[in-house]
Design a protein around this ligand. Structure first.
Ligand code: ATP
Ligand code: MG
Ligand code: MG
Ligand code: MG
Length: 487
């Protein structure tokens, strides 16, 4: 039988441990050293200062399974969830890192061995392809990486050159940067491709479709970019890699969708139970079940790391995720709160690997219930207003929901803008977003400064802590402090 996701996670970390890497715990989803970052979104985040040389550690090689959320900011996969087989808001990124130690040759040899060796993941090499940087903006193509994949036995026809969009990485406007090289896995030509549907050719490894699945990205930190834009080679280049655990599990377990792996099975079973319906991947209900499964994972891990739903910043991203899940529950026909129970199923599944979810179980379930109860108070009325509006538009043969309506839904009924947009899109409608923004700006100007919202979050936290009568969960600060200690 195929390896379970837990076994894959462990195999990855062991493989690199055996090759001199320090096994470092995941950092918190709430970055404690980087105010520019919304949530941890890659394994390298916690090592940023090590890569720039501002910080040194007593190891030069590390390996991690990092909790990541991509639901806002630079990487936002929120709208993909439920529709692609490979994108989540919360996922685990497996990685290996070299801080000025080994470089391309070892990184490529390690990746190829771990992925293809029957002793490790044993993935069918005839279905793999590699990509290398094609050269762009005066930076030469990565001939070295090309040669190294070839030396591993990858046929030339399976080594593709991609441009900077996919295959060049930079930490920021200035600082470390360099070419990337990815491994992709062929899932089958019968998988639908949007390009093909529009009469164009599928772009293969460069395509947005699920046919060629990107499983691993190797970043070669090779240059330093100056404020003037010039690149100088780093004296000690570094390695940063990331492989999605859910995608590795899909490939190893012979599944075309991450949601068909063992990581999601018990969560989807729990959703089937509360909904009283079987999961059928191809249906609208299937989409809703996937969104709920994904968002329940994000909710569990974000709340477990001390984020609380609120009206701004990180808390608002969490609120948007939770409210989307709740509305999909509604679409499935769930008339009672269910999110807390699904978060419970997530904890059952993930608690062994991430004990912080177990320790905070009561708190996580309480926050989920509290948010759902509060949103359910206005959800039906908001949906009814939206229905009336959409009927009016159909009658008038119009397709754009006025900004005023979207704003009313936001302001009075707690509908985040993206939720209204999603519901509209299901009917082939759009929302007048500039109009919505105008109403928002007017309201901001009208109302006085209401504080940062932190106080409200603090109150919610205190109330729940009092109800639970427990002191184990000490909130945001201690969670991040604990992560700091561990790292
Ligand atoms: P994609 O092109 O599929 O969106 P990416 O190029 O944005 O992926 P990277 O930033 O290179 O992804 O991240 C490294 C790895 O993390 C990817 O190769 C993939 O295995 C995994 N990954 C990235 N985004 C997600 C996501 N939203 N959900 C699950 N896994 C992801
Ligand atoms: Mg992406
Ligand atoms: Mg990509
Ligand atoms: Mg990539």
């Amino acid at each position: 039988t195929a390896l379970s996701a837990a076994q894959i996670r462990d195999a990855f970390l062991r493989f690199f441990e055996e090759r001199g890497h320090r096994r470092v715990p995941s950092s918190s989803l709430v970055p404690h050293n980087d105010p520019t970052l919304l949530f941890a979104n890659a394994g390298m985040n916690q090592f940023k200062d090590v890569f720039t040389g501002r910080e040194t550690r007593d190891y030069k090689r590390a390996t991690t399974a990092q909790k990541c959320v991509r639901a806002g900011g630079k990487h936002n996969d929120l709208e993909n969830v439920g529709f692609t087989a490979r994108h989540h808001t919360f996922f685990e990124m497996m990685g290996n890192f070299s801080f000025g130690d080994y470089f391309k040759q070892d990184a490529i040899a390690f990746a190829w061995e771990l992925v293809t060796s029957p002793r490790w993941l044993g993935i069918d090499r005839s279905r793999l392809a590699a990509t290398v940087f094609s050269g762009e903006g005066g930076i030469p193509w990565d001939e070295e990486a090309y040669g190294l994949w070839k030396a591993q036995g990858v046929p030339e026809a399976r080594i593709f050159k991609l441009g900077a969009k996919d295959n060049f990485w930079a930490m920021g406007e200035t600082g470390p940067c360099g070419p990337c090289s990815e491994l992709h896995y062929f899932q089958g030509d019968d998988i639908p491709c949007a390009e093909e549907k529009e009469g164009r050719k599928c772009q293969g490894v460069a395509c947005d479709c699920d046919r060629w699945l990107e499983i691993w990205n190797l970043v070669f930190m090779q240059f330093e970019r100056s404020a003037e834009g010039g690149l100088t080679p780093l004296p000690k280049p570094s390695i940063d890699t990331g492989a999605g655990l859910e995608r590795l599990a899909a490939v190893v377990q012979g599944k075309r969708s991450n949601y068909d792996t063992d990581l999601f099975q018990n969560i989807i079973r729990a959703i089937e139970r509360v909904a009283g319906k079987a999961y059928r991947a191809e249906t609208d209900d299937g989409v809703s079940m996937r969104v709920i499964a994904d968002h329940a994972r994000a909710t569990t891990f974000l709340v477990g790391d001390g984020v609380l739903p609120s009206n701004e910043g990180r808390g608002y991203v969490l609120r948007r995720i939770m409210r989307r899940a709740i509305r999909h529950g509604k679409r499935l026909g769930l008339e009672r709160p269910f999110l807390a129970e699904i978060c419970g199923a997530v904890i059952d599944e993930m608690g062994a690997a991430y004990p912080e979810t177990r320790e905070n179980r009561a708190f996580i379930e309480k926050v989920a219930l509290s948010e759902e109860e509060s949103f359910r108070r206005t959800l039906d009325k908001g949906l009814a207003i939206l229905e009336v509006e959409m009927a009016r538009l159909a009658e008038a043969k119009e397709r754009i929901i006025p900004g005023q309506v979207a704003f009313q839904l936001y302001d009075t009924f707690g509908f985040p803008m993206d939720l209204t947009r999603t519901i509209a899109a299901e009917r082939g409608l759009t929302v007048d977003e500039p109009g919505f923004d105008k109403h928002m700006a007017e309201q901001r100007a009208r109302s006085e400064w209401k504080g940062s919202g932190e106080e409200a979050v603090g109150d919610l936290h205190k109330r729940i802590a009092a109800e639970l009568g427990e002191t184990k969960f000490l909130g945001y600060d201690t969670t991040t402090a604990r992560a700091e200690v561990k790292a």
